[in-house]
Design a protein around this ligand. Structure first.
Ligand SMILES: [Zn+2]
Length: 229
């Protein structure tokens, strides 16, 4: 499926970028909730299921895994396994429970046009730099008590660094100083910025890779600040 294949390709850099996230962008607790603990999703559906995660590049090619994927008993993870062994998913609306944010999460790949329609006013105007971002945008949103409590947009682009920086500077608050990351190693460099606006926490992650071709991965994420209390 179109939605599955690119996830495998993204994995290493995205995971590394997300490693950088600190509170309130933290990691999942050690003990993950199960369907039986949650009973229903944020939309009130009781059709919850613990779904195992198949990690590794090409995991879906394994016939056993492929059967589970088809039955909805498994989903593909990234190519690098992490401590998470399952997701609680709703079979009616497709939301999954995110222990990190104690909320329900909707995760999808979308085009720039679809993103324009789905993203909240808080992310309207965030620059999707470079036409190659189309179809390669990962959009996540979190819901607590049916209200939107956070969003994340990430994508790769081959746009020129000066254009990316100029577009970001126009979007972030003036007090956040956006600069291109210094090259920290031969093949990648990164930078991130955090700020608060209207009571919400924002984090922007900028990752540049130089091999096999120069490309930049941008991720913007916000969470309702109530989480910090
Ligand atoms: Zn549901």
């Amino acid at each position: 499926m179109k939605t599955i294949v690119p996830i495998l390709c993204l994995c290493a850099a995205v995971l590394m970028a997300q490693d950088q996230l600190a509170d309130p962008f933290g990691s999942p607790p050690n003990k993950l909730k199960r369907a039986v603990d949650l009973e229903k999703c944020v939309n009130g559906h009781k059709t919850l299921k613990d779904v195992e995660i198949a990690y590794g590049r090409g995991a879906g090619n394994d016939p056993e895994v492929a059967k589970k994927l088809e039955r909805g008993d498994a989903i593909l993870g990234g190519c690098i396994p992490d401590s998470r062994e399952h997701w609680v998913m709703c079979r009616t609306c497709g939301l999954r429970f995110d222990d990190t944010f104690d909320s329900w999460r909707d995760e999808r790949w979308c085009s720039e046009d679809e993103l324009r329609l789905m993203r909240s006013p808080l992310l309207q105007g965030f620059p999707i730099a470079g036409a190659d971002a189309s179809e390669r945008i990962v959009y996540l949103r979190w819901f607590s008590r049916e209200a939107l409590s956070g969003e994340s947009v990430s994508f790769w682009t081959t746009a020129a660094e000066k254009d990316i920086i100029a577009a970001l500077r126009k979007w972030v608050p003036k007090e956040v100083k956006i600069k291109a990351p210094k090259q920290q190693s031969e093949d990648r460099s990164r930078n991130s910025w955090k700020w608060q606006a209207d009571g919400n926490s924002f984090e922007l992650n900028y990752l540049k890779v130089f091999e096999p071709k120069p490309e930049t991965h941008l991720q913007i994420e916000w969470h309702r600040a109530a989480r910090q209390e």
